[in-house]
Ligand binder design. Structure first.
Ligand SMILES: *Cc1c(COP(=O)(O)O)cnc(C)c1O
Length: 361
């Protein structure tokens, strides 16, 4: 019996979530965002399940190359774009589409020659202040790019919303209006919405949507609106020891947690070395044999401790679930004062990723 922590990826749940996206955005083409190893779920596994989407998006050039080398022939957009000539050449060689967001990139494109062209998403910055051109510069850059021999026509036109998860804030409507205003009259397909846009801002639905987190069955909204999404990743381990302690005994590093009564403790083989969050607070729920018990004491590198006092029959080797079906990663994220994105992305290399498909009906 292996005591290693492992994650299970439910491939049918991914398909289900894709169908939910299509219901929200029936007229739109879907660019599935599978950057950062598909948010920790496994790049090639997830890409394989999503064969039917119109395009993929990754963040980095090497992620796109990995997909090409595995034989994927769909359009692949690199959201961070390229820096320098070498990276541009490598993108062209692997037929990757780029986001153009900076003057530097335009200069590189203007200098470069070659017979293979590159498709471009020109990015407008509507308030994130990360990547993208400012409103005042956008049209001039658009014209300059059209004159680049290397660039396919028409250009794609995109932006990224900075606050789409704040459903009661008008800032998103202003950002959408700014984008629509700047691109009106310019030829080319348009793209605004990430997951939160798809769910909360119908105004952001244009030619293309770019869902990430909701593909993985996780709600992008900070309010707790439970959508019809199916969790994709579950994280599991096992009980490797059980022990009884007296009232007043301290548990774990620094002895932060002290028992208030005689307590039966379970030691579970998972820790921050696997990606379980170091800052999960005392009381964070953990499923032992499918039943909720509280985390007690600090999370270590390879272990956590839980209070088993409420469970009648429990033994070494019993299964433990850290998140997944019946215990949403959103809840664990709240207990660790983080967002679910960091938890699924943070699964480390020693966690084996298995795939599973069970009919959701
Ligand atoms: C990551 C990313 C997305 C997907 O965002 P989610 O919140 O995961 O849906 C969409 N667009 C861009 C530009 C991104 O960087």
């Amino acid at each position: 019996m292996s005591t290693a922590a492992y994650a299970v990826i439910d491939t049918l749940a991914i398909k289900h979530n894709l169908s939910v996206i299509s219901q929200y955005a029936p007229q739109c083409k879907i660019m599935a965002v599978i950057k950062a190893n598909a948010y920790g779920h496994g790049l090639l596994t997830v890409a394989g399940v999503l064969q039917d989407v119109d395009a993929f998006a990754v963040a980095r050039v090497d992620e796109g190359i990995q997909l090409r080398q595995a034989g994927f022939t769909q359009s692949i957009t690199v959201l961070n774009g390229f820096v320098g000539e070498q990276e541009l050449n490598s993108m062209i060689q692997h037929n990757l589409d780029t986001v153009v967001h900076s003057e530097h990139q335009v200069e590189v494109l203007q200098r470069q020659q070659g017979k293979n062209l590159i498709s471009v998403w020109l990015k407008l910055d509507v308030g994130m202040n990360r990547l993208g051109f400012k409103v005042d510069d956008f049209t001039v850059i658009y014209q300059r790019l059209l004159k680049c021999a290397l660039v396919n026509r028409p250009l794609g036109l995109m932006t990224h919303l900075s606050c789409a998860d704040k459903v009661n804030d008008d800032i998103t409507l202003n950002q959408i209006a700014t984008f629509k205003d700047v691109v009106s009259g310019l030829a080319g397909e348009k793209s605004i919405a990430n997951s939160a846009g798809i769910i909360a801002w119908p105004e952001s639905l244009t030619d293309w949507v770019r869902p990430g987190i909701m593909l993985y069955g996780i709600s992008p909204l900070s309010d707790d609106r439970r959508l019809d999404l199916a969790p994709v990743m579950s994280l599991h381990s096992k009980l490797i020891a059980i022990k009884n302690i007296n009232s007043g005994e301290a548990v774990g590093y620094s002895g932060d947690w002290v028992s208030e009564k005689p307590t039966r403790l379970g030691i579970v083989a998972i820790g921050y070395g696997d990606g379980y969050p170091r800052y999960a607070r005392n009381g964070t729920p953990v499923l032992v044999n499918g039943k909720r018990v509280p985390l007690v004491g600090r999370v270590s590198m390879d272990m956590i401790t839980v209070d088993l006092s409420t469970l009648a029959h429990v033994k070494i080797g019993d299964p433990v679930t850290l998140w997944g079906q019946g215990l949403l990663v959103e809840e664990i994220a709240r207990c660790a004062q983080t967002i679910p994105y960091t938890l699924t992305c943070g699964i480390t290399q020693r966690v084996e990723i298995k795939t599973f498909s069970e009919d959701h009906g």
